[in-house]
Design a protein around this ligand. Sequence first.
Ligand code: FAD
Length: 396
Amino acid sequence: MKYDVVVVGSGPAGSVTARFAAEAGAKVLIIERRAEVGVPVLCGEGIGQKVDAFHVLEGTRWIASKMDGARIFSPNGTKVTLAAEYAGSETGYVVYRDIFDQELARGAVKKGARLMLNTRAVGLLKKNGKIAGVQALHLNKTIDIEADVVVGADGVESRIGKWAGIQTTLKPHDLETCAQYTLANVDGTSPYCDFYLGKQIAPGGYVWVFPKGKDTVNVGIGVLASLSDSGKALRLLDKFIASHAELKSGQPLRLLSGADPVAEPIESIRDHLLLVGDAARHVDPITGGGLMLSIEGGKLAGETIGRAVEQQRFDQQFLSEYETKWKGAFGKKLHRNYVVKETLLDMEDKTLDMLADSLKDYKFEEFSTFSLIKALVTKHPSLLVKLTPLMKLARA
Ligand SMILES: Cc1cc2nc3c(=O)[nH]c(=O)nc-3n(C[C@H](O)[C@H](O)[C@H](O)COP(=O)(O)OP(=O)(O)OC[C@H]3O[C@@H](n4cnc5c(N)ncnc54)[C@H](O)[C@@H]3O)c2cc1C
């Protein structure tokens, strides 16, 4: 088997990379260890409306509900609302993640990429010391897939980067352990995604309630691994549901557990190799959200690969175009949000209550974590002194 590009993983990062590389004329193969793209779902399924600008999803089948904003509840229940009322439009979607991933993969295949399921990468192929493809297990048979470029789109547990000598180990302090129920028999029609903070509620993380329309919601929790033990996320989630009357009647349609990196990005290129999405730690360290960044980074990676194939240049220097571009698009934001995450972790519940109280009537100009941080820094410059230079950096 010989391709220009082999993409390991058919999540959003892999499919979008494959789509743009194939569109630029590259011969692309995606390999996926699962038997079905996007299944099982491991996600809260929330994404910002910015996804529309990428034109990578057709129709509306992937949308469960449209959101008008978000509400953040501090430990004592004080509510801060970031609403479309001020942003001027809808702000995001709760999606059906299985359909969402399948639509992205369909888009890649339509542009000419090939997709192999039940195919797990088990190592890198090398020729004269250079990466030359991947070795994979397909239905228990070992196969060699030769390729000029290997894309590690293999998610939070990524092995591709490690095999290429990149430092990929995540500290427990930079990892959220998560659990989530999709609950039926509850009100799923709220136009808000809700976030609950507090050391007793979710140490180092938060609980989310994302409405999926009609009578269904996703209610999930992320707890920092360094503050967690086995089963703690689920215990705290059950406690949260039991103490919220509007959720108590819910019956689970799905229970999932997973992990989410809340780290700074790692090196994303080597000769003949790129990392995208969770594998590159392209995840917002505050929210743990990585869907939008997987699509944004995947597009940049696919375009760079397209040019690399055209010019037959697969060296790290040529591929660094991708790294320069993702750093320009969202590198500063990820660094700033990592510092914000660290600052929030240091805060006592009563400080969070005080901050929320000062913002409860604030009229946000836009719907984003940036506007929230900007408001906090403006109102509490001495408390958030560490963040002020980063705000200037992010605005530059
Ligand atoms: C509980 C939870 C809730 C979340 N909620 C949200 C949310 O609401 N909004 C949001 O934006 N983000 C959310 N995230 C994060 C989001 O799911 C990820 O950022 C996103 O899936 C990253 O996409 P990806 O393509 O990089 O990786 P993934 O979607 O993880 O895809 C990686 C793919 O690679 C495959 N793979 C792995 N290893 C191999 C191998 N060796 N060979 C072949 N295939 C392989 C996997 O099977 C998988 O299909 C959540 C994460 C968790 C755990």
